[in-house]
Design a binder for this molecule. Sequence first.
Ligand code: ADP
Ligand code: F6P
Length: 319
Amino acid sequence: MKRIGLLTSGGDAPGMNAAIRAVVRSGIYFGMEVFGIERGYAGLIEDNVVKMEMRSVSNIVQRGGTCLRTARCLEMKTKEGQEKALATLQRHGIEGLVVIGGDGSFRGAKVLSEYGVPTIGIPGTIDNDLAYTDYTLGFDTAVNTCLDVINKLRDTMTSHERVCVVEVMGRHCGDIALYSGIASGAEIIVVPEVEFDIADIEAKIRRSRANGKHSNIVVIAEGVMSAEKFADKLQAVTEYSVRPTCIGHVQRGGSPSMADRMLAAQFGNKAVRLLNEGIGNRAVGIRENKIIDMDIIEAVSMQKTFNHELYETLQMISM
Ligand code: ADP
Ligand code: F6P
């Protein structure tokens, strides 16, 4: 394989730039020409293709966002759009492709593989919602950003003896809430995977105050409801003063953590090694601290399971 392409798609995630760097440098190492496709599948359809050189990816390992930019592109879901995307690859003689994104982006990658362009998926999303890999690129940094915000909220909530409801991202997957809740010492997490009972939550807050606590943090995943709405519900049943905070897109930006940079280096390198062997239609990931690859469709079909043991751990240690 002499020419490969690379794009980022869907919601961006810290570490995407580090993965772009790893793909470009690994491709050049194997004697390939590497082409960056700007704006995800939209740029592939519209032929926004740029040649990437060794120095195109200098000084980006530490930056959040994606230098190739990203997009959500409905046209890629249509046959017409897919054929335009294929035509762009053929026009540039691109024989293999790396797609960095979430499960939606992987479905687009699978389509291109079926058209005969070996395509490799790198899991890039803060949500950690892909079942086949223990971690997705960007999750660790996003959780660390949430921790930074929650630490600050704890200060002011304690001074005023308040309860803070903190909304983090995650429409269907509660991992950001689960990990940032445990690591910040939040008393309560509310996630889409577990039903909540407002009376139980109120009782837990009351018990913690009786035990000498001066503040409480409730971390809620956006998929359940907004912080504001939940704060209203809670305020209706508790005597303590409740304040909502939505962390929002702050958690999608920022310099990637060591963990995300290490994942990016390994995922990017593995993707190019596979293409160099002529292998496509695979998704790379990490399981039990080992870099793995598997069939991309099998990867997106796997059902993510919520870690109930971690959820119970929070119930036992944070009170
Ligand atoms: P993510 O990759 O983060 O899950 P999306 O679900 O928004 O984000 O998907 C990103 C893009 O992937 C979509 O905007 C679309 O261009 C492409 N895509 C999603 N689903 C499909 C599909 N079934 N077939 C082809 N392309 C798809
Ligand atoms: O998939 C990543 C994600 O950040 C989700 O956690 C969130 O629900 C969504 O993207 C936000 O998307 P948008 O970029 O459209 O605001």
